[in-house]
Design a protein around this ligand. Sequence first.
Ligand code: MOS
Length: 707
Amino acid sequence: MTADTKKGSVGQDRVRLEGRLKVTGTAPYAFEQKVENPAYLFPLTSTIVKGKIRSIDDSAARVLPGVLEVLTYQNAMNLLAKTDTELYLLQNRDVHYYGEYIGAVIAETQEIARHAASLVKVEYDAEEEDTRFRAEHPDRYSPIKINTGVPADSKQGDVDKGLAEAALVVDEVYTTPYEHHNPMEMHSVIAEWDKEKLDGVLGVLGERPHLRIHDASQGVSYERLMLLPLLGLLPQQVEINSPYVGGAFGSKGIPHAQVMLTILAAKLLPGRPVKYMLTRQQMFRSVGHRLTTHQHFRLGAAEDGTLTTITHDVQQSTSRLKQFAEQTVNATRHLYAAPNRETSTRMVPLDIGPATFMRAPGEFPGMFAQETAMDELAVKLGLDPIELRLRNQPETDPESGKPHSSHYLKECLQEGARLFGWEKRHAQPRARQEGEWLYGMGVASATYPKQMTPPTKASVAFKGGKYHVSIAAADLGTGAWTVLTQIAADALQVPEEEVVLQIGHTDLPLAYLAGGSTGTYNWGSAVMVAAVNFRSRYGQTPAEGDEAEGSAHFPDEAKKYALDAYGAHFAEVKVSRVTGEVRVTRMLGVYDGGRIINPRTANSQFIGGMTMGISAALHEESYLDSRPGYGHVVNSDFAGYHIAANADAPQVEARWIEHPDPMFGPTGAKGIGEIGIVGVPAAIGNAIYNATGKRLRGLPFTPDKLV
Ligand code: MOS
């Protein structure tokens, strides 16, 4: 069961199906869904870091014309189960971090709600708090597992012996800052509580509550599963709609507090939809962030560059309210061969909001350390950094000993070197100068694993001469809608025009979320299985109403293999000797991402990842004011929090080495949503070293670090 790439749709360049709707402003995003007589919410947020609410005086807000309700812990509905501490909202007086939702004003307009919120007086009993991240924090702890279910620590061989016997050692600390999610579309929710009439047994009529939600979500199925135990509702009682999403990058992966806040607010106004869109400033408070890391990385090598030892000890921030333990050490366990290896993860609990997934959580910060350390080793050895990487390619997965399902890192490095003109690079720093500018080139490897996805289903139904393919998938702007249509067309052996794909609603077959770069191979697999089931049941000439289902299927054999995508990133930079300004003049990524379903959308994923990597390398950092009594992000808007603009990414190109990998599932795709960002800041930092001779071990590479 494979898609026919010769004459079929898979592998063809296709523009995004919903592209026109999105760029012409006619695609209804969550906030723009048509609802009757909406009310608007503006949140009340804590102005202390930690403590208890002593009193809330909402009298001035309540008498303001247009104000409908004020929601606080005093009138919020009781949540049943505390299955998620982030979503267990307004159930008591507790404050856990600055900017936490402590209530909301609901009014006839957004403007009235916002003004009324400013009239609510809240008094607190503050408690001693701690928001200052530092290594060796006395409360640091070892998490039982880190994200994706991997152990916090690992150990093989004898690293002390390995380092003692090494000809050369790199022993450094690398740091990455807090970053905040800023997709173009801020998080938005509409919630409405209704009554649903029931035909009871023996004709007795009853009714039960029904909750309708429009959300900007990476996956409505698992979002609903998370909400149900808190709300004490059955799946049939909650409906979530999210057809269009304006960027997400992990921040809309699981529901955050704004979803529950809007649900609780709507509960006070039964039958009336309540709408909430975060302000840009609120994006820096309660919808997650990339945690900050302190990484001690050591490499030991023989004279010829063969690695004998790799150690990676990570300390990283977490919220005391809810743990998010990033898998920062994960790539280190799988990329390079070395007999002696050790990794560890420690969490530093702070009174801050919960962190969440941000494009390549784990691999992104971890590979900044590893790939910078590799460059430092290459310099010490006097060896070309690509050659150093080639000499340490593992025969099998270094930790598990499993064979790779496919592994084309070497080819990515070599092909990239050829295309980028690596031979023109000067081994010595400061060798190329033009006026005030110093030029340099750098390289870094990339890797991203296959995730073990929970159940995912799809269905195919024949109606009105078209094949209606349904799956509760999400398109965040990635092209998922388009590539799933291509996959379905080939699996059904029909032109794309005969496929109508529906995504983004809980009435559709249950699907895992758009996360962990799984969408194409996971959803695509379910779609292929459903299509094949449909054809085997009804043949090539189905009747109106024929329908079949399918579940994502991965070969059992896959468990015998190490399953990873690979890539190589190349950067050329120029650094001003006068101002310390860094410009990335060129970037190239070459990827081993399995089968490429649609070269246009794949290219956008890759160069989008690289651009986000440039942004992290040059600009992104959330400054948390950790003085007692503050605890907020100081630069919580686009004036203070800088992201890459077009001028920061003048020439960013992607290529790929296409080897379909059936162990990732029947699509042969490996997942490409995140690998484009992995290692990018290291490639840029290594280029900065090559340009200037100055080694930067903390992100971002701002001018003050280079003058
Ligand atoms: Mo992605 S950070 O796995 O949504």
